[in-house]
Design a protein around this ligand. Structure first.
Ligand SMILES: Cc1ncc(COP(=O)(O)O)c(C=O)c1O
Length: 387
């Protein structure tokens, strides 16, 4: 029998009534009417040329050929221009930001190294880091640190073996983001200690303001870019890594997808970056105003609250702890009503029992339906506790 790797752990818990996480995702995916508030994906795109570019690529039969292994130069350039990281940077197109995150951890970390991450956070990255070194996950679910990994916390927790600091910005699940000042301080920490900032900017375009660490410390930053969120292309699995030519050269030696990333997805991605300023404001505005409906509903439930509001991402955390309602109970209640939301354990080992995470770049009428179900559900579940 094959032995499991020492790091192997279930990254995903199995929801009640399902045999495996995969069964659960298959179930929600195949329900065409399911309201998608559990994955921070974006369901607000209209006819904006992205789908049309992909259809045209398919019709031409482009997919019979392998694309250039590192991505179409046109797409690499567009992404770098989008970020203003043109001179002194290089990039690789990957199957989602996820592949880039894995490659970054693999590339930077030696077994004696540790990575500073935060809890709550996007635990898949902790899991990747743990395959190559130690993970130091810093609790940040409190007002004192503003619900984010601060430069001060990083300084307190790093040692001579720290090689990587993970900055998810804005942060999944809380929606906190970094100020210019904080990014400057992180840049100083990276330079002083000769370490790397893994800057995951998956939700960047939802933020009110955003600062790139790579602009401060080009040699010490690895920027992770995704097409899954603002571009609404999660199922196409496309993203990128942007870093100094030195770092990218080093990553070239450990590439997984040596034959390139899905050609149809790349054609869609080119159209997506090219058309971005035609739809960006509309999507951001709807996403932002959707938050308000959720806040109004949460404010009506005694004991429930939003630790971070407004969120700079397209998701937020609803803390239920004081109400006595357990997040999985509410998630199950909502699922029965056709709403997929995420219990906290997916993004936190320490605080997951406190909250439900909901994402809301979805049509406003779906958010309104959620708020009705949320209020009814909280009423019903809290009443059960009182009996
Ligand atoms: C912080 C963060 N990084 C990366 C990803 C995955 O991105 P991709 O779909 O581009 O692999 C997610 C997905 O939810 C995320 O929350």
């Amino acid at each position: 029998m094959i032995s499991r790797k020492k790091y192997a752990r279930e990254a995903k818990s199995v929801p009640k009534g399902f045999d495996s996480p995969n069964d659960f995702f298959n179930y929600v995916y195949n329900d065409q009417d399911m309201i998608w508030m559990g994955q921070n994906t974006n369901h607000l795109h209209d006819k904006d040329g992205i789908m049309e570019a992909m259809l045209s690529s398919i019709k031409k039969g482009d997919y019979a050929k392998y694309p250039p292994p590192e991505g179409f130069p046109e797409l690499k350039d567009l992404i770098q221009e989008d970020l203003g990281l043109t001179h002194g940077f290089d990039s690789l197109i990957t199957a989602g930001g996820t592949e880039s995150l894995y490659l970054a951890c693999n590339n930077v970390l030696e077994p004696e190294n540790n990575t500073l991450t935060c809890d709550p956070g996007y635990l898949i990255i902790d899991n990747f880091s743990s395959r190559f070194g130690e993970v130091r996950s810093i609790p940040i679910y409190n007002e004192e640190c503003g619900y984010k990994l601060t430069p001060q916390l990083a300084r307190e927790n790093l040692d001579e073996n720290t090689k990587l600091i993970l900055l998810i910005d804005p942060l999944n699940p809380l929606g906190t983001s970094y100020t210019k000042e904080e990014i400057k301080e992180f840049a100083e920490i990276a330079e002083e200690n000769d370490i790397y900032l893994l800057h995951d900017i998956t939700y960047r375009d939802f933020a009110r303001d955003h600062c790139l660490a790579a602009k401060r410390v080009p040699e010490h930053a690895i920027t992770i870019y995704s097409f899954s969120k603002i571009y609404g292309m999660a199922g196409l699995r496309i993203g990128a890594m942007i870093a100094s030519p030195d770092i990218i050269n080093s990553v070239r030696t450990i590439l997984i997808n040596d034959l390139g990333t899905n050609v149809v997805a790349q054609k869609g991605a080119i159209a997506a970056v090219n058309s971005k300023y035609e739809w960006l404001d509309r999507i951001k505005e709807t996403t932002r105003s959707n938050q308000k409906y959720i806040k109004q509903a949460v404010d009506q439930v005694e004991g429930a609250y939003l630790p971070v509001y407004p969120s700079d991402a397209n998701m937020m955390v609803i803390d239920l702890y004081e109400t006595g309602v357990k997040p999985p109970e509410l998630a199950d209640y909502l699922l029965e009503r056709g709403i997929f939301a995420r219990e906290g354990t997916y993004t936190s080992k320490l605080f997951g029992h406190r909250y439900l995470r909901v994402s809301y770049s979805i049509p406003t009428e779906h958010v309104k339906y959620f708020t009705e179900c949320f209020l009814e559900g909280m009423d019903a579940l809290m009443e059960n506790k009182d009996l």
